[in-house]
Design a protein around this ligand. Sequence first.
Ligand code: NAD
Ligand code: LMR
Length: 337
Amino acid sequence: MASRRILGGLMRRDFATSSQKQIARRKVAILGAAGGIGQPLSLLLKLNPLVSHLSLYDIAGTRGVAADISHINTRAEVEGFEGEEHLGEALKGADLVVIPAGVPRKPGMTRDDLFKINAGIVQSLCAAVAKHSPFALVNIISNPVNSTVPIAAEVFKLAGTYDPKRLFGVTTLDVIRARTFYAAKKLLPVEDVNVPVVGGHAGITILPLFSQAVPQVPISEDELVYLTKRTQDGGTEVVEAKAGKGSATLSMAYAGALFAEACLKGLNGVKDVVECSYVASSVTEIPFFSSKVQLGTDGIEKFFDLGPLSDYELQGLEKLKEELSKSIEKGQDYVHQ
Ligand code: NAD
Ligand code: LMR
C-alpha cells in the first residue's frame, strides 16, 4: 500500500508564536485514531494547547480523520498514518501514546469477552511502542483494561523497556460517571464534585468511594447502593442504549482527553496533578489496581493509599479481589503462552 502520510495544521512547529514557544513541545500518538473513541479524542487533543504534535494512527481510515482535524487552527501539527508499515513513524518521538484500538462490546457481552481480539491488538501495538517510543507514557483504553494493562506490562518487560511509572489504564470514565451521578442524586453543582474510584474497570471491580466524595453530604444506604451500582454498570447502560452500535465513545473521548492532559501537565512539571488510574501498584496486595496517583515529569510521582473506607466499601474491596486478580493473571499468561 502506498504511504498514506499526511502533514497538516495551519501552524508548523517552526512557526509557533512567541507565546506558544514558552510551552513544551509534546507529541501525542493515538493508536486507533479512526474509531468511535479515536475520532473525538483526536479532536479534543487537537484543541489542547499542551499538544504540539498529534500523530493519528489506525489500520484504516486515518487519512480522512487527519486531513479533517488538521484544518483546525490550533497549535498541534497533525499527521495521519494508515497501515502497520507506518506505525513506527507514527510513534517516533512520542511523549504520550494513547491506545483506544480494539473492538467494543455489544449488548450481552462482558468486557472480558473482548479479550480474544483485543489482547493481540494491545500486545502488538505495545511491542511497537517498546521499539519506537520506549520512554513515552502509555494510556491504555482498550478493554478489558483489567487484563490489557498487565499485557502491556509483560510486553514491555520482554522488550526490556518496562517502567511501571509510565503505564496507565484509563479509568477516568468511572470517575466522571461517579461525579455525574452523585451530583444529580444529591442536587450538587457537578463542577464542584469529586469522587475517587478505585479497583479495576469492569463490573464489581469498579469501586467508587462515596465516603470520600467532595463535597460530603448525607447519603442513605439505598442511595449508596444505587450510586455504586450505577457507576459499576455505567458502561453497560451505554452499550444497551446503543443497541449493538458499540459502547461509550463520546464520554470516553472526554475522559481520555482529561487523563491525557493530566499526563502532559505532569510531564511539563505542573505540581499536584492527581488522578485515579489503573497502574502497577502496591497499595493493596493486588499487583494492578486503580487508585489516586500524582503525575510528574517521569510519570507516576506518588501513590496515595486508599484512605479510610466505609464498611460498605471494605466489603466491595474484598468482593473485587478475586475477579481482578484472575483478570490480571489472564493478561500476564497470555503474553507468555
Ligand atoms: P471502534 O471499533 O469504534 O474503534 C476501534 C478502532 O481501533 C477502529 O478504528 C479500528 O480500526 C482500530 N484498530 C483495530 N485494530 C487496530 C490495530 N491493530 N492498530 C490500530 N488500530 C486498530 O471502538 P471504540 O468504541 O473506539 O472502542 C475502542 C476500545 O475502547 C474498545 O475495546 C472498548 O471496549 C474500549 N473502551 C474503553 C473504555 C474505558 O473506560 N477504558 C471506555 C469505552 C470504550
Ligand atoms: C465503559 O465503561 O463505557 C467501557 O469500558 C466500555 C464498555 O464496554 O462498557
